[in-house]
Design a protein around this ligand. Structure first.
Ligand SMILES: Cc1cc2nc3c(=O)[nH]c(=O)nc-3n(C[C@H](O)[C@H](O)[C@H](O)COP(=O)(O)OP(=O)(O)OC[C@H]3O[C@@H](n4cnc5c(N)ncnc54)[C@H](O)[C@@H]3O)c2cc1C
Length: 286
């Protein structure tokens, strides 16, 4: 187990980073668990004209300033993807791709939004052959056949982990580049877009339209994990996390902010909601 925290913030975009400095200002023991890069959206904004006091700033410059601010405030950011958040004895157990989970009494979700929707069959077979984390679940498939549905390059590392354990691994890259080096002798790269996951009780096939791959397990690697899978029991309003005016979700101790709670998808709103979420979480803790 990693150290125990008052608050864990998931996501290192404007909402998560704003929550971080405000949690620290309330003297909370806090850590940010973010993806590989904080935040791709902000980085891609060429010019921002509607952020108060900084007209014409580029997204990248603002991103650097946000990160510097958080570093100066003394909050650590870990580059790791969170796989699940489970309530446990009045606190939460936060599982990442690292082996050791994190524990916190309050959690702030600042996940942003992704355009990608779940693959048909993905939700139904979660935990019954569908997984989001090879490091966590590879051993369940020792000597078996698995597929990696790779929406980002980071999945190559997951495929290598599986290659060392499974009899056969199909690797289906859905991003632009292709693996430079071999992923393993037992890894077959397949250029196809899956349409549906099929099986009776457990996963049996990954349907590619023209053909079906017979598999025991499917590992889906995206920038983020669908929210309902990340936090079981969380209430959604369509695609977004449902929150009240304190940015509290329906699960006591869980708060959310930024694009993941709904439109408008705008910086100032994300930063403001991150602050409210942190102050509400601090109040909840005391
Ligand atoms: C091209 C472009 C131009 C824009 N221009 C403007 C503009 O001019 N003005 C304006 O107000 N807004 C603009 N926006 C919108 C603005 O960038 C977003 O509203 C803002 O970034 C939302 O912040 P966020 O923190 O909610 O989400 P994000 O910035 O998307 O950050 C979410 C972070 O969470 C991480 N994450 C997700 N899931 C997990 C997980 N399971 N574990 C760990 N980390 C995870 C992601 O990797 C990401 O880093 C623009 C957006 C784009 C794409």
């Amino acid at each position: 187990m990693n150290a125990e925290y008052d608050m864990v913030i998931i996501g290192c975009g404007p909402a998560g980073l704003s929550a971080a400095i405000n949690a620290k200002a309330r003297n909370k023991h806090v850590i940010v668990l973010g993806g590989n890069f904080c935040s791709p959206k902000l980085h891609r904004s060429p010019r921002i004209d509607n952020y108060l006091g900084l007209p014409g700033i580029s997204g990248e410059e603002l991103r650097q300033r946000f990160l510097e601010h958080v570093e100066k405030a003394g909050v650590s950011i870990r580059k790791c993807k969170v796989i699940s958040v489970f309530p446990q004895d009045g606190s939460f157990l936060i599982q990442t791709e690292e082996e050791e989970p994190y524990s916190a009494r309050a959690v702030i979700l600042a996940l942003g939004v992704t355009a990608r929707t779940a693959l048909p069959g993905e939700k139904e077979f979660l935990g019954r052959g569908v997984s989001y984390c090879a490091t966590c679940d590879a051993l369940l498939y020792k000597g078996k056949t698995t597929a990696v549905l790779a929406y980002e390059k980071e999945a190559e590392e997951e495929a290598k982990v599986l290659a060392g354990v499974c009899q056969k691994v199909y690797y289906l890259p859905q991003y632009k580049d292709r693996p430079g080096n071999s992923l393993g002798d037992n890894v077959e790269i397949i250029e196809a877009e899956p349409t549906v996951i099929e099986g009776e009780k457990l996963v049996e096939f990954l349907n590619l339209g023209q053909e079906r791959l017979q598999v025991d397990g499917i590992f889906i690697v995206r920038e983020s994990v669908p929210v309902e899978q990340l936090v079981p029991g969380i209430k959604m309003s369509g695609k977004f996390i449902q929150v009240d005016s304190d940015m509290a979700a329906n699960v006591p101790g869980i708060f959310a902010a930024g694009d993941c709670v709904g439109e408008p998808f705008q910086l100032a709103k994300a930063v403001g909601q991150g602050q409210i979420a942190a102050l509400s979480a601090a109040k909840y803790l005391s």
